[in-house]
Design a protein around this ligand. Structure first.
Ligand SMILES: C[S@@+](CC[C@H](N)C(=O)[O-])C[C@H]1O[C@@H](n2cnc3c(N)ncnc32)[C@H](O)[C@@H]1O
Length: 238
């Protein structure tokens, strides 16, 4: 699938046929995604009815992707039917919103290494959403993911490990389409507590450039997450 359309292409407006919206509730502008499982709230988020549709408010303090969009992420490389590889799925907070956005024709391969956390991901989220494929494995061993087929359009990585950039690059080499997008969350304290967080993010971005990625945007995530950044890049040279 060619994936060069984005959920929104300018400032803050989403295309009307996408499963993501800005919804103003009590005077506050919130992100929201069309609930794939009406009636089900995944992490206590508010459900909002608009005509016959139900939307789930997307909390930027609970999801770094929502925080990044609020901080001005230029493009969300997601559309109905996108295939996503998500490293560090945890209990499925962000995964569930991506699952809403890509809809039933899309797929989210959700990798989580902790068996306990993975059980929650399966019981609370993946078992109710047929477009999520849970993979309880270590992202350092991409050869062990047996359920991924074909290449994905987006790789999202949020594993908070010191070697996370190398892990993300290795997974992109195996599973991301040429020209595909990666969103890499950097928890600077996991990489080097002594260094200036901005410097840590710059160094990780340079490592990506050295490995064939084109950097499009670098964001810091305050006030939603302290000492975190997000790098938005595309995979240009395998
Ligand atoms: C910061 S949390 C992710 C939060 C999640 N992305 C969200 O927005 O809902 C990091 C997760 O990565 C997982 N993780 C850490 N190292 C990993 C690895 N090597 N492979 C897969 N998952 C890993 C942790 O168990 C944890 O659940």
């Amino acid at each position: 699938m060619s994936e060069k359309t984005f959920a929104y292409s300018n400032s803050n407006d989403f295309s009307p046929d996408l499963f993501i919206k800005w919804i103003t509730v009590d005077g506050e502008r919130n992100l929201a995604t069309l609930n794939l499982v009406p009636g089900d709230s995944v992490y206590g988020e508010k459900l909002v009815k608009i005509d016959k549709d139900e939307y789930r408010l997307w909390d930027p303090f609970r999801s770094k992707l929502a925080g990044s969009i609020k901080k001005g992420l230029k493009n969300i490389p997601l559309k109905i039917g996108s295939k996503v590889l998500y490293l560090g799925a945890s209990t499925g907070t962000t995964v569930s919103h991506i699952s809403d956005i890509v809809g039933n024709n899309g797929l989210v391969f959700a990798v989580e290494s902790s068996v306990r956390v993975g059980r929650e991901l399966i019981e609370n989220v993946a078992s109710k959403r047929s477009n999520i494929v849970p993979i309880i494995e270590d992202a350092r061993k991409p050869n062990s993911y047996f359920s991924i087929f074909g290449r994905v359009n987006l790789l999202y990585c949020d594993i908070a490990q010191q070697d996370q950039t190398d892990i993300a690059i290795e997974n992109c080499r195996m599973f991301l389409e040429d020209g595909g997008t990666m969103l890499l969350v950097i928890k600077t304290r996991s990489i080097d507590v002594t260094k200036d967080p901005k410097k840590v993010i710059e160094e990780e971005a340079q490592r990506l450039k050295d490995n064939g990625f084109k950097i499009h945007q670098i964001l810091t995530l305050e006030p939603f997450d302290k000492d975190h950044g997000l790098i938005y890049c595309t995979f240009e040279n395998r």
